[in-house]
Design a protein around this ligand. Sequence first.
Ligand SMILES: CC(C)(COP(=O)(O)OP(=O)(O)OC[C@H]1O[C@@H](n2cnc3c(N)ncnc32)[C@H](O)[C@@H]1OP(=O)(O)O)[C@@H](O)C(=O)NCCC(=O)NCCS
Length: 177
Amino acid sequence: MNDIIEEYLSKLSELVGNAVGIVMIFTDPEGNNDTKYVDIPTIDKLKSTLDYYGGFKDAGGLNSIRIEIVPADNKHESITSFMLTTMPGCCGACVSSNVVVNPNYREKGVNNLTNRLRVRLAKALDYGLLVCTTQMSNYSTNTLKSNNWKTVEEFTNPKTSNRLGLHIYNLKDFNDN
Ligand SMILES: CC(C)(COP(=O)(O)OP(=O)(O)OC[C@H]1O[C@@H](n2cnc3c(N)ncnc32)[C@H](O)[C@@H]1OP(=O)(O)O)[C@@H](O)C(=O)NCCC(=O)NCCS
């Protein structure tokens, strides 16, 4: 079987009509404050990069990775980006956040496909549960539903008055069709 990341890159290339790549972006944990872009074309490369640097900490000290899908010939343009963060206090759960699709690439199914990629990556990284929130009015809420996420609660954010949904994916249920 092909590598998960290779499979999704090939599907994404078909969607956007151009070859795409995938990079992990992080602040150099060796202390130089440099931003590093590492190609992670396979799960093995993703895992070995994480192992090499001993995991990542964002500015708040959380274990977090930021991933960007880019055109293969222009790694400075983002097609879509997102973050996966270990839930504070529970190394078995992962929070998916900061999903953005570049306006030039919207409504082609990029988020739908990369949502499934996020689930696959979380499973490959040995999490048991993936969690996210959305504004209930956001299109991404429908994408979660069609990709078999469960909405466990709706609530109003007292800070913004936005109506939000809390969604989970039990990774033991993942079935990639
Ligand atoms: C929301 C967002 C991620 C959607 O990305 P996308 O790649 O355009 O979404 P997709 O093409 O995968 O669309 C998935 C579904 O939503 C629908 N959809 C997406 N954008 C739409 C729009 N502007 N109008 C109507 N339908 C839309 C698609 O038709 C598709 O429906 P289907 O599955 O029934 O065919 C993107 O618009 C975005 O980055 N917005 C700004 C940041 C944001 O809101 N992030 C999400 C935070 S939770």
